[in-house]
Design a protein around this ligand. Structure first.
Ligand code: UDP
Length: 502
């Protein structure tokens, strides 16, 4: 009796993004990439967060990809957060820690859903260390989604291990971050707050460390050509594997959803989309500076006013996304003076589509990891204006390593609100000029940025490093599945054989 080879069952993978837009968007992109390779993909998400990604997931599903969301409740009553507040962007930055405090309460829901559905693998955000332990019980691999690149992750690991920041005499005294592939200097003021003594997050980092050692490795939104030395360093120091699958915004372009709706498809976002793209259509190539500070940062009125004056004085067309409400900060007559040259957008803008537009020539960014990668992917020089978390570390990559940007502020910055100095209009105008004007410095940055963009685009194409990184990751899950379920193939054989022989 001949045996009939059963087609392999599609793998089923669960993706669990953290409650921050900058973590959700790239993990949903990764879920779409898995689905585009035939993996049955489910994104676990809470109701208010589902609103941010449902349109993207539905569009991918409508185009035939095996992808869906699975909604579970946010622990509002346990955490004391008002109903509907489920994402750090729904809180002022000074209160974003409340989402971290709420996070452990979702553990029972994750446990229950994973045990109920028994996926073949779990790709869960670094903030959900317990998923490693459920996955181990189920006998399936857990991969950690690292929303940052390995450059800042390695910097943080070096700081945790070597503590050079505790050996300097003051917050503004530079120190070398030891043993990294590049000589990177930092000052204490610019470190993430958990490295400056916020013990609540410090303790959470210990749990994350313990769980990471049981995770099979990290999935990284980056590309190896930009961070290869850090992947090696990470493996050597943490004994953890990493799979580079990015830039995911580039890789996921066209995978069943439009990039224009990425991260926001409410009526305001839809109106902004039409307005921004048609405004850019009327501008000269590479003439516009795009200004955006991510999904949750905020500024004082005084700082917004200086920013407005700086963009006006810089003299280049600008498209500026302002998250903060009100307009008391707006300099008198500003809108009239910049009419036609400057567009101020409130709310959500289609960032990746804007950066890819031919009219955009530079990017003023807060250096969130996604924004850095999206700027690099678009081949644009950047003005860096980090505000919090690990953003000053990402700035080092842009300015010091890739050499595709300049700092907005001339003095040292700080991750703490109360220590921030106002960046004045003249400083910002000078920095914008340095990337947008012609001249040797700007031309060098533009050339290197174009090269980085080309490399990023090549990485996600068939045969590129990140395309292969995703194939390797899926093969790893398949091999694990086959190894831990050798009987599934045999049972399929048996069932078909008995049908054939009857
Ligand atoms: N983003 C966007 N439109 C906006 C603001 C942000 O599309 O108006 C996207 C941006 O493209 C990026 C993400 O939101 O993918 C922000 O992530 P990032 O890591 O840059 O910053 P965070 O918001 O986490 O500080």
């Amino acid at each position: 009796m001949g045996s009939v080879e059963a087609p392999p069952a599609p793998l089923r993978v669960f993706f669990i993004p953290f409650f921050a837009t900058g973590h959700m968007i790239p993990l949903v992109d990764i879920a779409r990439l898995f689905a585009a390779r035939g993996v049955d993909s489910t994104v676990l998400v809470t109701p208010a967060n589902a609103a941010l990604i449902q349109a993207t997931v539905d569009a991918a599903a409508d185009s035939g990809l095996p992808i869906r969301t699975l909604i579970y409740p946010f622990p509002s009553s346990e955490s004391g957060l008002p109903p509907g507040v489920e994402n750090i962007s729904a809180l002022p930055p000074s209160e974003s820690y409340k989402i971290d405090v709420a996070t452990p309460f979702v553990r029972p829901a994750h446990d229950r859903l994973l045990r109920l559905h028994r996926p073949d693998a779990v790709v869960a955000d670094v903030h959900f260390p317990w998923t490693t332990f459920v996955a181990r019980d189920l006998g399936v691999p857990r991969f950690t989604f690292q929303a940052l690149g390995l450059f800042p992750v390695c910097m943080m690991n070096s700081l945790f291990t070597n503590l050079p920041h505790l050996a300097v005499a003051g917050d503004d005294v530079p120190f070398l971050v030891p043993n990294l592939p590049h000589p990177i200097h930092m000052v204490r003021r610019e470190l993430p707050d958990f490295l400056r003594g916020n013990t609540q997050i410090g303790a959470a980092m210990d749990d994350i460390g313990a769980a990471e050692s049981g995770s099979l490795g990290v999935v990284v939104n980056s590309f190896v050509e930009m961070e290869s030395a850090y992947a090696e360093y990470y493996y050597k120091t943490c004994n953890m594997r990493s799979w580079f699958v990015g830039p995911v915004a580039l890789a996921a372009a066209g995978q069943g959803s439009s990039l224009a709706t990425r991260g926001g498809d409410d009526p305001i976002a839809a109106a902004n989309r039409a307005r921004c793209l048609s405004w850019l259509d009327a501008k000269e190539p590479k003439s516009v500076v795009y200004v955006c500070f991510g999904s949750w940062s905020q500024f004082t009125g005084e700082q917004l006013r200086e920013m407005a004056l700086g963009l006006e004085v810089a003299g280049h067309p600008f498209l500026w996304v302002v998250r903060d409400g009100g307009d008391e900060w707006m300099p008198e007559g500003f809108e009239q003076r910049v009419e036609g040259r400057g567009l101020v957008v409130r709310g959500w803008a289609p960032q990746v589509a804007i950066l890819a537009h031919a009219a955009v020539g530079g990017f003023v960014t807060h250096c969130g990891w996604n924004s850095v990668l999206e700027g690099v992917s678009a081949g644009l020089p950047m003005v860096t204006w980090p505000l919090s978390t690990e953003q000053f570390m990402n700035e080092k990559l842009v300015v010091g390593v890739l050499r595709v940007g300049v700092r907005a502020a001339e003095g040292p910055g700080s991750t703490l609100e109360e220590e921030k100095a106002v960046v004045d209009a003249a400083e910002l105008a000078r920095a914008v000029g340095r990337v947008m004007d012609s001249g040797e410095e700007a031309e060098g940055m533009k050339r290197r940025a174009r090269e980085s963009g080309k490399t990023a685009r090549a990485a996600v194409k068939e045969g590129g490093s990140s395309h292969k990184g995703l194939s390797d990751l899926i093969e790893e899950i398949r091999a694990w599945h086959t190894f831990s379920h050798p009987s599934s193939k045999m049972m399929a054989h048996g069932a078909l054989s008995s049908v054939n022989s009857s």
